[in-house]
Design a protein around this ligand. Structure first.
Ligand code: TRP
Length: 382
């Protein structure tokens, strides 16, 4: 059996460069590798609603933003099925059945959910001044297991924060298969290879890029916006004078370079390291780091270089996004068709699940058998 990908994002905002290096860039590579039989990319609107119940308009508006980001980053509807989660009602049925295989205590231990509950300020012990955790939100790892298993996905390319979800999915699959018989496939997460990409910090150096912290660089930011955001980035607070030795570890500018810089960028943008007081001829990021550590290399030069590197990556996406923005009916058509394809696949899995659970009462042959067994029970003549 071939390998199958399922992954996705919540449509709560435009995608940023953390999404890009954490998952999106890899998805595009995997899509183009030809190694996968099927690729499903889901816009998780139903999951987004689990903590945005009172703001469906936000979710609705961001579906197109995420779709535009996907397609401008290189996801190709001819190779990948792009779809909207809520269009696949089979997913909620699967979720309901899986709920019986997971304990409340197990959900409470999910580290990502724990962290998200804290970040959102939901009450954990019923404090009166805080809103409680919506049940739907608390259960979203189960619904995510439905998303993954509905497509018999073997591979989930995602960021580190999704690891507990995939682990929980694997547990559900094992439990399901052992209780009802082997109907489901155990997936594996595919994490980014490079540590900088695992969790790209915000421009303020905070652990995570997040819209609410205002520390994101969006894929759709203009070149000027990128330059301004890079200019304001945190570096090494101890690097006060250009001549001072600087720290590379934990220096956000270098973390971004680790995630984005390629050898060819030195040919293209080496000029950034030519200044009035000092000039350098770098050919690799290691050389830049060594010079920064030794002292004499100013933050302005590296920031100029980083802005060029980022814009070099983002520019082709901006161009494609403009084209797609001018043809919204096409983008929605991609999502509509993708959702139909995805729904047919999820319906096949749901049928397998119901068969395994023996709740497929009216499938061909099943009813006859049921009636036969029960007629015997009731002593009816056959
Ligand atoms: N939880 C993911 C996010 O926060 C979105 C998502 C929903 C997902 N279902 C998934 C990711 C299944 C991977 C696999 O963006």
């Amino acid at each position: 059996m071939g390998k199958i990908i399922l992954t996705g994002d919540r449509p709560t905002g435009r995608l940023h460069i953390g999404h890009y290096v954490g998952s999106l860039r890899r998805r595009v590579e995997l899509q183009n590798s030809g190694e996968f039989e099927k690729i499903y990319i889901m816009i998780a609107d139903a999951q987004a609603l689990t903590d945005n119940a009172d703001n469906p308009e936000k979710v609705r508006q961001n579906i197109i933003e995420v779709a535009l980001d996907y397609m401008s980053a290189g996801l190709d509807p001819a190779k990948s099925t792009l779809f909207i989660q809520s269009r696949i009602s089979e997913l909620t049925e699967l979720t309901f059945f899986y709920m019986n295989l997971v304990t409340v205590q197990r959900l409470q231990r999910n580290p990502t959910v724990k962290q998200e509950i804290q970040m959102r300020g939901f009450s954990e012990s019923g404090e009166e001044n805080k809103a409680g955790t919506p049940v739907g939100f608390f259960c979203y790892p189960i619904s995510q297991a439905a998303d993954i298993t509905a497509f018999k996905a073997t591979t989930v390319p995602a960021g580190e924060d999704q690891e507990p979800m995939v682990e929980q999915t694997r547990e559900i699959v094992r439990k399901f298969n052992s209780v009802y018989g082997p109907a489901l496939v155990e997936p594996e997460i595919l994490l980014p290879e490079n540590a900088a990409c695992l969790r790209l910090p915000g421009t303020d150096g905070k652990a995570k890029m997040s819209k609410s912290l205002g520390n994101c660089i969006y894929l759709s930011d203009s070149a000027e916006e990128v330059r301004a955001k890079v200019k304001g980035m945190f570096t090494d607070p101890g690097h006060l004078q250009v001549s001072d030795p600087g720290k590379v570890e934990g220096n956000t500018v270098f973390t971004y370079l680790d995630a984005f810089c390629a050898p060819e960028h030195f040919d293209k943008f080496g000029g950034c390291f030519t200044g009035r007081k000092a000039s350098f001829d770098f050919h690799s990021l290691d050389e830049v780091k060594a010079q920064y550590r030794a002292g004499g290399l100013g933050d302005v030069m590296i920031k100029n270089f980083l802005a060029e590197v980022l814009n070099d990556t983002l520019e082709p996406m901006r161009v494609r996004r403009k084209e797609l923005e001018a043809d919204l009916p096409y983008v929605y058509e991609v999502l509509r068709k993708g959702s139909e394809t995805a729904r047919a696949e999820a319906a096949r899995t749901l049928a397998d699940v119901k068969r395994a659970m023996k709740i497929n009462y009216f499938d061909p042959g099943v009813l006859e058998q049921l009636i036969e067994e029960q007629s015997r029970k009731y002593g009816n003549s056959l």
